[in-house]
Write a protein that binds this ligand. Structure first.
Ligand SMILES: [Zn+2]
Ligand SMILES: [Zn+2]
Length: 85
């Protein structure tokens, strides 16, 4: 089962577990589409693997199978360089 992390590792944008718009790698490093496709070119900066669209979990199942609440943010070179201080 996917952890469904709640945010983009790059820009910290909120990513709802029951909505499209998140991208993950095989280790479930998680990014928004803007970072995953834009800044990162579809390649995970942590492991070098490809990023694919994360499947949304049906809202009705989130009560029994909730997404992760652990926010992960890292300073990847491709992200940090475009962040304003
Ligand atoms: Zn992002
Ligand atoms: Zn990765």
């Amino acid at each position: 089962m996917l952890a469904l992390r709640p945010n983009c590792e790059c820009c910290d944008a909120d990513l709802a577990p029951d909505a499209a718009g998140a991208m993950i790698c095989t280790f479930e490093c998680t990014f928004c589409v803007g970072c995953g496709e834009g800044r990162l070119g579809g390649v995970c900066p942590n492991c070098g693997g490809g990023l694919v669209a994360r499947p949304a979990r049906p809202t009705a199942l989130l009560g029994k199978f909730p997404g992760s609440t652990e926010r992960v943010v890292k300073g990847h070179a491709a992200c940090v360089s475009t962040h304003t201080p």
